[in-house]
Design a protein around this ligand. Sequence first.
Ligand SMILES: *Cc1c(COP(=O)(O)O)cnc(C)c1O
Length: 426
Amino acid sequence: MTYENSLTFARTCDQNDTLHSFRDRFYIPQVNGKDSIYLCGNSLGLQPKTVRAALEQELLDWQNLGVEGHFHGKNPWFKYHELFSEKESRIVGAQPGEVVVMNNLTTNLHLMLVSFYQPTPQRYRIITESGAFPSDQYALETQVKFHGYSPEDVIIELKPRAGECNLRTSDIEAVIADNAGSLALVLLGGINYYTGQVFDLAAITKAGHTVGALVGFDLAHAAGNVILQLHDWDVDFAVWCTYKYLNSGPGGVGAAFVHEKHASNPDLPRFAGWWGHSQEERFQMKKGFIPMIGAAGWQLSNGAILTMAAHKAALDIFDEAGMPALRRKSEQLTSYLEFLIQELRIPENILQIITPSESAARGCQLSLLIHQNGRALFEKLTAAGVILDWREPNVIRVAPVPLYNTFEDVYCFAKIFRKSWAELNR
Ligand SMILES: *Cc1c(COP(=O)(O)O)cnc(C)c1O
């Protein structure tokens, strides 16, 4: 597709966009009495207008039925998690029984590590990305210590080559092969939160399995952003949150994937709770944990229905739009953003897009590394009604989201960027 730097062009793209009407299903935050240009769905997705009614339904059942809501509510709370299986599994390319909605991301990561990181004196190493999201770093570090090992001996961090911003798949594969005898686990983000790079999850999983290691991914930035095929790629486990691209509200419920091949393995250690216990026997209150088959067997507590209700409303919209169509639009939106930033003709030693330029190696986000007046620029953009995020030391992440952002949003962002830049650098 060839792009043009004009409002007319952007509006024509919006008119031709089959997903355009989805924007109306969301509340757009207001700045100075106008719709903001919201490019921050990578951090917190917008509120679907249907969330309020979904919450009210559960409040009403609680109000009218009390404890009876567990079995007689419109969506009985006892098996509320089942409402997600089909649609959540389509987000990550799984079978319905391989996914469960529960807890929050970091909690789920710990639960997965309890099951899938079992170090022995021979096999104890973990490969992860250097500069992983802090919560992932802390989870790994403390899990390693919990097993009596030292993080310095265990955790191997993948770093880009000197002068490069992104990891090469062949380099990742080489580090895996170099640690063949001692590698227990590969744990990476599906998309690096800082650079926006999409990793080749299929190739990495294959490389990990070839040397006898397990492979898991944190999909915080990948779920609802790029096409995933966790089952076919043979990924062992994954976790994600639902408040970023999946629009389910601040601190919203998290989710986990456990590959079918592990679904009923009795030898897997796990930290159990009553909600993961065999459903038929859950209320018999007996001794002896019998896990439910599949990811549901990792549940601990009865579900946080209010956050799950918000997720249900959000996921219904997602499913209606469908990942393939969303991804198609997303590639165009982000390419348009890239085109407009290049049109600014700012030298690369001052402004650099550190996200890969091939569509297949990125999701919707572009990360702009700004070597001059970055923070001041960010503040000017914010004052002009653009909502984005700043990551220390000098990156602005810009994420046009196909479900509610428009080509016009992207065009207006670039226009405000140009003006702000000129004011700061005259
Ligand atoms: C957003 C994000 C988290 C957040 O973890 P929570 O437990 O949901 O607070 C963790 N890891 C990554 C990679 C993230 O992007």
